[in-house]
Design a protein around this ligand. Structure first.
Ligand code: ADP
Ligand code: MG
Length: 495
């Protein structure tokens, strides 16, 4: 069990209670109720249909692909799918909401309860309940920092489909909240219902935080709006929990309100007092029929789901014999998993062995050398300078003895710079391992002759010197000698 995350006050410990409302932008070419494009980054107000601009008389038409993605997401999270759901109007005024209301789902969401299993760094597992997932439209964007007196509005995002994934208040620490968003994001990316890009705002969370004495009823919560990185979510929770504990300890009450997180100062600040549902005057959307799903549609959604990250992880452990840790690393992101599987297939082919026999080396190279290089170059697997086929060729050259470990590292560095194939690099730059026994015997003899004093010490019992001799022979060969062969020859010469 992970130790409980408690925030201590003067009068004892408090437990933190967290529930997340994650807004995930649905992957779909067009918006939830219009044909306008959802592509990120267009010039302002170029992806706006008459529906999105709320021109009088325009009618919404439900985008079937968004419904399909929400159902697939619900199924992947083990949720019940509601055969009948309904859209509601959520009324409020804001400059970036031209209709004066947002079409959402209130009482009858498309997806009901489910759960996500998370794993903490110490291996502790925990199921986090999902309350519901509903479909809704995104709003536009107000831009306040382009002009000293004016605000601008960009409606490109207005009407884009969001899934709001509401968790139960089951999370108890910043680490659990981080693991939950990480796991959720991995599942959404794996099934292709959301790209999970937090920097572009495709995935963001409203973070509800309250504190209580362990065992007491839930306390009053505050909701921190629109937090767009996992690190910020964790920082916001830590700050907010501390703030609430300090209030209670000072004899004051926590007031339910909406707050925002300021990443620069690492603090939350009040935004507005919490509005209640009745302030939104929710009512059934009169321009849309209730949404009724049939079994065949739901089954087709289920059949379209690929292998999910936790199943893939289990398969890497059982079928490929990878350690739980490495299997976890390689299944944290779908693009990395797919890259690994290409590397593995190509490695097996080149070495003429079953995947299980080449899996560990391939996994270690990828999670070690390759990931370190990507981090250093500030790249992701999607723009890796090395392809899976090139990685497999490098591993094959290592396996057949053409390259030693140190030479393979040298060749890899050159691959990163030039994009050339490892075989070509090894050939052209003379980086192949020297396995010519006669040549190495001569080098061994020369080293022993030049270090007669050390040879005497070694023979007198100073066995540590063996490594020194190996080093000298390697050096004499320009780092290209086969370390195994050098060991053998030295043992024979000294023995
Ligand atoms: P609303 O619609 O007003 O935002 P909900 O009841 O739908 O309220 O809850 C929103 C989120 O707040 C959910 O993720 C839920 O788990 C979380 N939540 C509810 N009560 C608490 C609480 N006391 N402390 C922390 N989170 C809470
Ligand atoms: Mg809310």
């Amino acid at each position: 069990m992970a130790p409980p995350y408690l925030v201590n006050g003067e009068t004892g410990p408090f437990e933190v209670v967290i529930g997340l409302e994650v807004h995930a932008q649905v992957i779909s070419k067009s918006k939830l109720f219009s044909g306008a494009s959802t592509a990120f980054g267009g010039a302002p107000n170029t992806r706006v249909s008459l529906v999105d601009a709320a021109m009088p008389g325009m009618l919404p038409v439900l985008n079937g692909e968004c419904v399909r993605q929400a159902v697939r997401t619900g199924l992947a999270l083990g949720c019940t799918i509601n055969r009948r759901s309904r859209f509601d109007r959520k009324n409020y005024f804001y400059a970036d909401l031209p209709a004066g209301y947002q079409i959402s789902q209130y009482e009858a969401p498309i997806v009901g309860e489910g759960a996500v299993e998370i794993e903490l760094e110490d291996g502790t597992r925990k199921a986090v309940g999902i309350e519901r997932i509903h479909l809704e439209q995104d709003a536009g964007k107000s831009i306040h920092d382009l002009h000293p007196e004016l605000s601008y509005v960009d409606l490109n995002r207005a009407g884009v489909a969001l899934m709001e994934i509401v968790s139960k208040p089951d999370l108890r620490s910043p680490a659990e909240a981080g693991a939950y968003v990480t796991t959720l994001r991995a599942i959404l990316r794996a099934i292709g219902s959301c790209d999970g890009n937090m920097q572009e705002g495709s995935l963001r969370a409203d973070v509800n935080v309250s504190v209580r004495r362990p065992g007491a009823p839930f306390g009053t919560r505050c909701e921190i709006k629109n937090v767009n990185s996992i690190r910020f979510i964790q920082q916001a929770i830590a700050f907010e929990a501390r703030r609430q504990v300090d209030l209670i300890e000072a004899g004051e009450a926590v007031v339910q309100e909406t707050r925002l997180f300021d990443p620069e100062r690492g603090e939350t600040r009040p935004l507005r007092s919490k509005e209640d549902a009745h302030d939104y005057r929710y009512f059934p959307e009169p321009d849309l029929l209730p949404l009724v799903l049939d079994e065949a549609f739901i089954e087709a959604c289920r059949a379209s789901l690929p292998e999910l990250p936790h199943a893939r992880r289990r398969r890497y452990e059982t079928e490929l014999g990878l350690s739980p840790y490495v299997a976890g690393v390689l299944t944290a992101d779908i693009e990395e998993s797919l890259w690994f599987e290409l590397l593995l297939a190509e490695s097996a082919k080149r070495q003429g062995k079953p995947p299980r026999e080449v899996a560990e080396r391939a996994a270690n190279w990828m999670t070690g050398d390759l990931f370190a290089a990507l981090k250093r170059l500030d790249r992701t697997i999607a723009d890796s300078p090395v392809t899976p086929a090139q990685g497999a060729e490098l591993l094959a050259l290592l396996a057949d003895g053409t390259l030693s470990g140190p030479l393979a590292k040298q060749v890899f560095e050159i691959m990163l710079e030039t994009g050339e194939n490892p075989g070509v690099i090894a050939e052209a730059r003379g980086l192949k391992q020297v396995t010519d026994t006669a040549a190495l015997e001569a080098a061994v003899a020369a080293v022993l002759q030049a270090n007669a004093d050390k040879v005497a010490e070694y023979r007198a019992g100073k066995e540590k010197l063996f490594g020194f001799f190996v080093g000298q022979v390697m050096k004499a060969s320009g780092g290209k000698a086969s370390p195994a062969l050098v060991n053998d020859l030295l043992k024979r010469a000294l023995g």
